[in-house]
Design a protein around this ligand. Structure first.
Ligand code: AGP
Length: 607
């Protein structure tokens, strides 16, 4: 989950690398470094801490026309320290490597290299790569990198420079993302597109086990057998500005404000004249004729979108759905039945557990449809079919707009399965599609709750524990609300099915404990109100979320957030935003780094 960047061209390489790393800081931010080959010498600068520390270290250093590689780290092997920061070098200090991924057999390789006299200076897995390249180097850097990666087990995206080859970067990839930016008289590598967008919009995706040589004027890609590989450029049509804060204080709040647009774009990409069309991803009559079960696999927030999927697909299409956490699914010897559709959900399209779960399902014969935000990502490329969400780049580590668009995609799938299976008649289908089409506009009204939520958060930010409760879809929504709060504000929180509280957890409710209760399932409203009364009677402070017209008793909620009326099944689409805002304002009040919470990274490309 580290970020890597590399540049070969005529510009001053230092700001290009630092700007690129800035765009990749979401991938890791516990240390940073760069290596430049200038004037025939390899220079490595690195430091523990955020990128700002590296920027200060590089102040005044100019290196026009040099090649260079940079890295921002999310520690896996060894604590964040100077020694463990990338780039890592061979003993002679003339080869430098940046790496994202995990070298699983690094201990074995390290032992072997140590027996050959190599002295290691870090605890990282990456350092073995630098020494391996050196071990196989016989005047040809590309050949040495190829030989080195053939000994590596695990995942890697690598950028390699050497002072003996002052014009080139060698890149290699397996199971970790790496893109090549093809510019004019300059070429780049990076873990993610925003890092290169300032210089080019033409991107080549490196495939697993390929290596590439990048110079100022050329990009040459080779497959695992050493044969030249053709690659068409993908033209990025979104703007660099979309990956900037655009006047907002944090990416997270900017991204929350982009939700109406992102949801509308996702819906409009598939919905015309009141009909949703998913036939190109295989959701058609033929699929539904044979379908026996739907599986949904994802991690974190994307898994919560999957849980909403389970509820609504079963409700609208009456097809059994199993939703799994990817890291569990891959190891539980899952049962894939003939005619099973697997839906894989991932914002980044690179999450290691999700990718492995998808491969497992594919191996066992499932048909894979992926809901992905990042175009050209590994999951998107390996799935049988992709339904792209149109969230645009999401930079804040806490996922917001991507989740809303994942929900949009899931609702579209559920409605189509419902129509095709005959469980939704034309009138109901049309009513639901119209309801879904109204959501983006209603979202603008939902966003107006932000002052109320910010005020409430300013009174509650010192809470040490928060409980989110709800029933049915409100419970699933609570799971996401709870994750959002804990991941950025570090406040302990739990999501509970409101009816389950009394079976144990209610023991934790005491005077002043904050309970956030969502009551947007009309058919369950009275039951949820009873559960709210139960916690209120034990001294809880209650924030209730309900529809505008709901009859929420005045004496049980200390604060009520009222949201525009829509069908119950669409409640999660509207109610998640106040929850995201609540997590945001609680974190701002506590003074923590909203966009880069501790211990986390945006794209989890390790197991
Ligand atoms: C969301 O706020 C989290 N940071 C995290 O749970 C995330 O959703 C999860 O890691 C899955 O990521 P993906 O959607 O990129 O696969």
């Amino acid at each position: 989950m580290c970020g890597i960047v590399g540049y070969a061209g005529g510009r001053d390489v230092v700001p290009v690398l630092l700007n690129g790393l800035k765009k990749l800081e979401y991938r890791g931010y516990d240390s940073a470094g760069l290596a430049i080959v200038a004037g025939g010498r390899l220079e490595v600068k690195k430091t523990k801490g955020r990128l700002g520390a590296l920027c200060s270290l590089m102040e005044g250093r100019k290196a026009p026309g040099a090649v260079g590689i940079g890295h921002t780290r999310w520690a896996t092997h060894g604590e964040p320290s100077f020694e463990n920061s990338h780039p890592h070098t061979n003993c002679a200090g003339d080869i430098a490597v940046v790496h994202n991924g995990i070298i699983e057999n690094y201990q074995k390789l390290k032992k072997w290299l140590q027996q050959e006299g190599v002295v290691f200076v870090s605890e990282t897995d990456t350092e073995v790569v630098a020494h391996l390249i050196n071990r196989f180097y016989e005047g040809d850097l590309l050949a040495a990198v190829k030989a080195a990666v053939s000994h590596i087990e695990g995942s890697y995206a690598l950028g390699v420079v050497s002072e003996k080859h002052p014009d080139m970067i060698v890149a290699a990839k397996k199971d970790s993302p790496l893109v090549i930016g093809a510019g004019r008289g300059e070429n780049l590598i990076a873990s993610d597109i925003p890092a290169i967008l300032e210089y080019t919009r033409d991107v080549l995706f490196l495939e697993d086990r390929e290596v590439a040589v990048i110079t100022r004027n050329a990009v040459s890609i080779f497959d695992e057998y050493g044969m030249p590989a053709e690659r068409e450029a993908y033209h990025v049509d979104w703007d660099a500005a979309q990956a900037e804060k655009g006047g907002y204080e944090h990416f997270m709040i900017k991204e929350i404000h982009e939700e109406p647009r992102a949801m509308a774009d996702t819906l409009m990409s598939r919905c015309r004249d009141g009909m949703i069309d998913l036939s190109d991803i295989g959701i058609d009559e033929a699929l539904v004729r044979d379908i026996s079960k739907v599986g949904i696999v994802a991690c974190g927030t994307a898994y919560h979108a999957g849980m909403v999927g389970k509820y609504i697909i079963e409700k609208l299409a009456r097809i059994p759905v199993e939703a799994d956490i990817a890291s569990e699914f891959r190891y539980r010897d899952p049962l894939i039945v003939p005619g099973q559709l697997m839906i894989i959900i991932s914002q980044s399209g690179e999450t290691a557990d999700t990718l492995a779960a998808m491969r497992e399902a594919k191996k066992r014969g499932a048909k894979i449809a992926a809901i992905v935000n990042v175009v050209g990502s590994t999951i998107a490329r390996e799935a049988d079919a992709v339904l792209y969400t149109h969230a645009g780049p999401e930079i804040a580590v806490a996922s917001t707009k991507a989740y809303n668009t994942q929900l949009m995609a899931i609702y579209m799938i559920a409605l189509e399965l419902g129509r095709l299976s005959g469980h939704l008649d034309t009138a109901d289908y049309q009513r639901y599609v119209q309801g879904l089409n109204r959501i983006p506009a209603l979202m603008n009204t939902v966003l107006q709750t932000k002052d109320q939520i910010s005020r409430f958060a300013s009174q509650q930010f010192s809470q040490s524990s928060v409980f989110f409760i709800g029933r049915g879809l409100d419970y699933v929504l609570s799971m996401e609300a709870s994750l959002k709060l804990k991941e950025i504000s570090y406040v302990h929180s739990e999501a509970y099915a409101a009816g389950e509280l009394k079976h144990g957890t209610i023991a934790l409710i005491e005077d002043g404990t904050l309970v956030v209760a969502t009551a947007m399932q009309r058919s369950l409203f009275d039951k949820t109100v009873s559960n709210i009364k139960e916690v209120k009677a034990r001294g809880a402070r209650v924030l209730a979320v309900c529809f505008e017209g709901s009859d929420m008793p005045a004496d049980i909620a200390d604060e009520v957030i009222r949201l525009p009326e829509t069908d119950d099944i669409f409640a999660p689409l509207l109610a998640v935003t106040p929850m995201q805002l609540f997590a945001y304002y609680m974190t701002v009040e506590k003074g923590f780094d909203v966009d880069k919470p501790r211990n986390l990274a945006k794209s989890v490309t390790v197991e």
